[in-house]
Design a protein around this ligand. Structure first.
Ligand code: ADP
Ligand code: MG
Length: 696
């Protein structure tokens, strides 16, 4: 019997296939391209394309598609057949080197924030050769970047690749002050943990809110929630286990390293972690994971919800982004070492991260700012909207000893000296590590916990890479000018901890007192997307992106427009969906229910049973007064939407937050009160109890 892992990567044109199907010379040139992340040598494109096509056709593919990540947040694909006609009505299968390297989809309908005028609708896609092509269904997928005709980025991946370049450049400058034998380049790695909900497909289809917006806009809490903590790591139900089995096998075929799976805190909530890879490949794989989850769920009569907050009252879903920096010789630069020199390197890179997170806390916050994630960040289940770093007591004590020129915990006679004193070993994977921190050091990597479950990890990683590149650049400038390198390294670490320790917080991030404390420390706190986005175009942020070659000013401004527009559209869609449900479903149901009570009342009156009807009168009064409330709340929400006419994208987004969302909350509040008293059979949609507990 074939072992389960033998089909791993069977649908990927991976190294094994390349080696098998290309001449040695072409293979070596392609390897070099992949290793260095350079563009494909055009002289070999034809042979590579041909080998890919042959392989893909053996796998049953008839089409190929450039696969990219426009600013919609979803992925996009356009399929072209391999088929080409020839003279005399004959057809052949063709896939040229040109078609592999570059595609030209009509890009006019993708968001560009004004970067591309519609008369110049063309955009182009270009293969990212560091991410393997793969066959899914009958199509060969080619992971690409997506740019306007002038080369401006229209996607999430281009800036990510640029940020990896920027970090590589600066990290290599730093590494020359350490043992850098054989190191050719440095890359960042990411390992995302994907949370999701699984619910019954038939129930899903009875909820317009889930279908149109991905989250429930109405719904009173079920009698049971997550209060028993019985779902977390609980026994996986049969139907869910079958789904996971199927999901794993599809992902493994596509070369995705799906590894850890378990039930999460909320009922019906689960998690899948893939093994970390280079940032860009990991980003592609996470998109494959999300798409495959949705597809496989359908096959099992389920729907996979990737929204950040599908249900009020139980935990929402995030996507922890584990991140580190690695050399091509496999040295993890965020891993403490055994020698004083390795530790000096570790402490210097660590300092760059601490400084970067403090200086660009706003950009990190912005990188996870979406309408969906606003429902989660800051609620007491997810990290707060304030960015801070958890280092753990041991590492914090080490840095404090360096800052104050004292021995570590008084354990030796001499003060801590970077590059001279060994740093004491501390438990690498603190099991009791702080789960409330938005950015936690977990022994040899950082875990950024703010990203939302449905978002691409490209942007958070772009910010991390760019901000750290910037701080490494500043360090390298100082080192390049220094006459005493070891003393300078010590000084850089010491100064960083002194100037940026405000960002380090090892306490409970869910505690309300932290908000006050953070304010005292001068940390930024942007509780919602519009307020966060406002700072995207601040001069210091524009300077960061521009000087590191990650985004141009025009690209930043276009993204600002796109992000604000997406926020506004999301909230407006939710508001319209609520109005539709309230007017067309909930109100008629409530009228029917109160009609039933009235009829019963009249009947009892007719037979002179007035004394038995007190509770019915009371119930009818309650239902009637809540129904009036519901009606008035729909009017208010309609009015709020009608007044949304601001020209400025920021004003409009903020209005949707301040006024439209507030009106939505009032409407939900009355509707949920009605749900609690109206008979189950009358309520026009499946309730939380059904949605959360019916998958067996
Ligand atoms: P937990 O739930 O305890 O945070 P998991 O095992 O679910 O831990 O997830 C840890 C994630 O971190 C995995 O995706 C793993 O591959 C990833 N990871 C481990 N080392 C690194 C690294 N050096 N760089 C990036 N990600 C890493
Ligand atoms: Mg985690």
């Amino acid at each position: 019997m074939e072992k389960f892992y033998e089909s791993f990567g069977a649908h990927v044109f991976n190294d094994k296939e390349m080696k098998k199907r290309l001449t040695d010379e072409t293979y070596q040139l392609l390897r070099k391209t992949i290793k260095n992340g350079k563009e494909l040598d055009p002289s070999i494109a034809k042979d590579v394309a041909n080998a890919m096509k042959e392989w893909a056709m053996e796998m049953g593919a008839t089409h190929y598609s450039h696969w990219f990540q426009p600013l919609t947040g979803e992925t996009a694909e356009k399929h072209d057949g391999f088929i080409e006609s020839q003279k005399g009505g004959r057809v052949v299968a063709e896939f040229s080197g040109k078609n592999l390297i570059k595609g030209e989809p009509d890009a006019s309908s993708f968001p560009s924030g004004g970067l591309r005028d519609t008369f110049e609708a063309r955009g182009y896609t270009a293969w990212d050769p560091t991410s393997y092509v793969f066959v899914k269904g009958k199509t060969l997928y080619i992971p690409t970047i997506f740019c306007s005709y002038n080369g401006e980025a229209l996607d999430h991946k281009t800036p990510l690749l640029r940020s990896m370049d920027a970090l590589n450049k600066q990290a290599m400058r730093i590494l020359k002050y350490f043992d850098n034998k054989g190191i050719d380049h440095v890359k960042t790695t990411a390992g995302p943990e994907q949370e999701y909900f699984l619910i019954d497909k038939d129930l899903y289809e009875k909820r317009k809110d889930l279908m149109f917006t991905g989250r429930t806009l109405f719904g009173a809490m079920a009698p049971k929630g997550q209060e028993f903590d019985d779902h977390y790591f609980g026994v996986i139900k049969t139907k869910v286990a079958k789904f996971m089995e199927d999901l794993n096998s599809e992902l493994w075929q596509l070369g995705v390293l799906a590894k850890t799976e378990h039930n999460e805190v909320a009922p019906a909530q689960h998690e899948l972690a893939t093994i970390f890879l280079t940032c860009n490949v990991s980003t592609d794989h996470n998109h494959i994971v999300m798409e495959t989850m949705k597809k496989v769920a359908q096959k099992h009569g389920l729907v996979c919800l990737l929204h950040e907050k599908p249900f009020a009252g139980v935990n929402g879903s995030g996507k922890h982004n584990n991140w580190s920096i690695k050399t091509d010789t496999d040295i993890n630069l965020l891993e403490p070492g055994d020698t004083p020199s390795e530790n000096a390197r570790f402490l210097l890179f660590l300092s760059a991260v601490i400084k970067a997170v403090d200086e660009y806390q706003d950009l990190l916050r912005i990188s996870v700012a979406t309408a969906g994630n606003d429902n989660r960040l800051g609620a007491s289940e997810a990290p707060p909207a304030i960015v801070s770093i958890f280092l753990g007591d041991e590492l914090t004590a080490i840095l404090e000893a360096i800052e104050k020129d004292v021995p570590y915990q008084g354990k030796s006679k001499t003060p801590m000296k970077v590059g001279v004193t060994s740093i004491p070993t501390f438990p690498k994977d603190n099991t009791d590590r702080n789960r409330t921190s938005p950015f936690a050091f977990t022994g040899n990597k950082f875990e950024f916990r703010m990203p939302g479950s449905s978002q691409s990890i490209a942007t958070p990683n772009t910010v991390l890479n760019t901000a750290v590149a910037e701080e490494l650049k500043k360090f390298a400038d100082v080192l390049d000018a220094s006459k005493d390198v070891p003393a300078t390294i010590h000084k850089l670490v010491k100064e960083t901890i002194k100037e940026h320790k405000r960002i380090i917080f090892n306490g409970n991030g869910y505690d309300p007192s932290w908000i006050k404390e953070a304010e005292k420390r001068g940390l930024s706190n942007y509780p919602n997307t519009p307020l966060a986005l406002k700072h995207y175009t601040d001069k210091k942020n524009v300077d960061l992106y521009v000087s590191n070659g990650v985004l141009s000013k025009a690209e930043i401004e276009s993204r600002y427009e796109v992000y604000l527009g997406t926020y506004t559209k999301t909230v407006a869609l939710e508001a319209r969906t609520m109005l539709n449900m309230a007017k067309k479903d909930i109100m008629p149901a409530v009228i029917e229910y109160s009609g039933m009570i009235s009829k019963d009342l009249k009947l009892k009156k007719d037979i002179a049973l007035g004394f038995a009807t007190d509770y019915e009168v009371a119930l009818l009064k309650d239902v009637s007064s809540l129904s009036s409330g519901l009606y008035l709340a729909t009017l208010d929400l309609e009015k709020a939407l009608a007044k949304a006419e601001m020209k400025d994208a920021y004003e409009l987004a903020l209005y949707h937050h301040d006024v439209v969302l507030a009106a939505m909350a009032k409407l939900r509040d009355v509707a949920d009160k009605l749900e609690v008293i109206v008979g189950t059979e009358y309520w026009p949609m499946p309730d939380y109890a059904k949605l959360l507990f019916s998958v067996k």
